[in-house]
Design a protein around this ligand. Structure first.
Ligand SMILES: Cc1cc2nc3c(=O)[nH]c(=O)nc-3n(C[C@H](O)[C@H](O)[C@H](O)COP(=O)(O)OP(=O)(O)OC[C@H]3O[C@@H](n4cnc5c(N)ncnc54)[C@H](O)[C@@H]3O)c2cc1C
Length: 453
């Protein structure tokens, strides 16, 4: 490699084995093997790599842990450099008086959670991938998780961002106060931008005091529609659960056949509902929830201690790994978000679409905020089956938008959902987004080929 002196001390590779490892993420997106991968350790090093790469005409692909489900970290162009943030994983500050933490982008979400717990603090966004995904990736995809129904998504916790722009300059956006009205709040643009505007090199998150207690309820339904119908009634009680997860019958059978956790198999759906707060208050809330779900013929099992709670969550978190064990199937995963008053209708429509098109669909997800993970199972290496699967994706997105929903609740658009963007957004809307990108990235070097470009 020539003209590398500017990069002295920065780890960078053009070895094929390394490049192959950085050419995919957790989606089915297919891109290109990049020309280089770099592992900077500071904003200054990121800036140097960005300047070096753009001078050589390389496109830049920021990457956290590669758990993305939309191909956001997959290089579209072979003449690319992947900038991996995985070596920037220091928790720089935990401030238990301002309720903030300052972290590098490569910090793993679950590790941050554990470190904060030592100080009695709590960072709510909890993607199911929390043991592997980076907080930089979380900010860039505006990740959500089961707790979003009560606590919101990543965006609600980002206070300040340090960002390396496509020209290599380093800027700080936002601030450390809850209130702030000082011109345009530019940091918001970088949240959910999927690495298309710049590289996040430092984040200040808001954190909360840890809730006193948690109660977990597992609710089984012998009728699918009842699981969806009862949700607005639970929230209507004035109770916002900390999680309200939905699992359908195909999923339940899959989990049980793989893990033997003792789940009922002769039901159509399950809800995993958690309440947190002061113990007497949440006990009373739990009683009200039980009364309500019984009206919808739901059967309740309560877990009050850590181990029985973890057992239930083990079931929920094992869904994706169980699906991956179906060796003859490829899953097309989409994560639609539906206004919750249309949730029951959507769940039933998904079953009908699966039967009409003779393609298995496994649905589960964050029912409390209407975010459903729809897994369309097609036969591996069978182009006809894959095509039928992608035709079904289009039908589901059209249904979603017609019901007032969003074609992605948390995974983003990346490469995989780009062909469907106009089902959701008007041309004018897309053009506005493109114009904003041009201001930050006039040479179109930062993660091109994603979302709309
Ligand atoms: C089993 C499983 C379960 C999942 N569950 C959830 C869930 O419950 N909720 C949810 O929201 N997601 C979930 N995901 C998806 C994924 O974990 C999230 O999108 C996560 O936020 C991605 O983080 P990452 O570090 O892996 O990012 P990557 O996959 O590496 O990158 C994702 C995007 O962010 C950009 N990016 C990464 N780091 C930076 C940075 N520092 N600066 C600028 N751009 C950057 C990349 O270019 C890319 O566009 C799940 C994935 C798996 C495999």
């Amino acid at each position: 490699m020539k003209d590398m002196n500017i990069l002295e001390g920065i780890e960078i590779s053009d070895i094929r084995e390394d490049l192959i490892c950085y050419s995919y993420d957790s989606s089915y997106a297919q891109g290109n093997i990049p020309a280089f991968v770099a592992w900077p350790k500071s904003a200054d090093e990121i800036s140097k790599v960005v300047k070096w790469a753009t001078n050589r005409g390389l496109k830049i692909v920021p990457r956290g842990s590669g758990t993305g489900m939309a191909g956001g970290a997959v290089p579209v162009f072979a003449k690319s450099i992947v900038i991996s943030l995985e070596r920037m994983k220091e928790v720089k500050e935990i401030n238990a008086k301002n309720f903030t933490t300052i972290v590098e982008p490569g910090v793993i979400n679950g590790e941050l959670q554990k470190e904060l717990q030592i100080y009695g603090l709590f960072y709510p966004p909890d993607p199911a991938s929390m043991d592997y995904c980076s907080v930089g990736g979380n900010v860039s995809t505006n990740a959500g998780g089961p707790r979003a129904i009560k606590y919101g998504v990543t965006r609600n916790y980002v206070m300040e961002l340090e960002v390396v722009l496509p020209n290599g300059s380093i800027v700080t956006l936002g601030g450390k106060t809850v209130k702030r009205v000082v011109g345009y709040e530019l940091k918001e643009l970088f949240i959910g931008a999927e690495g298309t505007l710049g590289i996040i090199s430092k984040i200040t998150f808001k954190v909360l005091p840890e809730p006193e207690e948690v109660i977990t309820l597992l609710i089984s339904f012998s009728e699918l529609s009842k699981a969806g119908e009862c949700i607005p009634y639970i929230i209507g009680l004035g109770i916002i659960p900390r999680t309200l997860e939905f699992i359908d019958d195909t999923c339940i059978n899959l989990i049980e056949n793989n893990n033997n956790l003792g789940l009922k198999k002769d039901i159509e759906a399950m809800l995993l509902l958690e309440l947190d707060g002061e113990i007497n208050s949440i006990k009373r809330q739990a009683e009200l929830v039980v009364e309500t779900v019984r009206k919808f013929k739901g059967e309740v099992q309560v877990a009050t201690d850590y181990y029985s709670r973890e057992n239930l969550w083990k079931a929920r978190r094992s869904i994706s790994p169980c699906i991956l064990k179906m060796k003859d199937k490829e899953k097309i995963n989409i994560d639609i978000a539906i206004p919750i008053d249309n949730l029951a209708k959507t769940l039933v429509s998904l079953k009908e679409l699966s039967e009409q098109n003779k393609i298995p669909i496994i649905s589960f997800g964050h029912a409390g905020d209407g975010n459903i993970h729809v897994n369309i199972l097609v036969n591996k290496n069978d182009e006809t089956s894959r095509k039928k699967g992608f035709d079904l994706v289009k039908k589901i997105f059209e249904l979603t938008v017609s019901l007032g929903g969003a074609i992605s609740g948390e995974h983003g658009i990346g490469i995989t959902k780009k062909p469907y963007l106009e089902i959701q957004l008007s041309r004018k809307n897309i053009e506005l987004m493109m114009a904003i990108k041009k201001i930050f990235d006039p040479r179109e070097v930062m993660n091109p080929g994603k979302i709309f470009s």
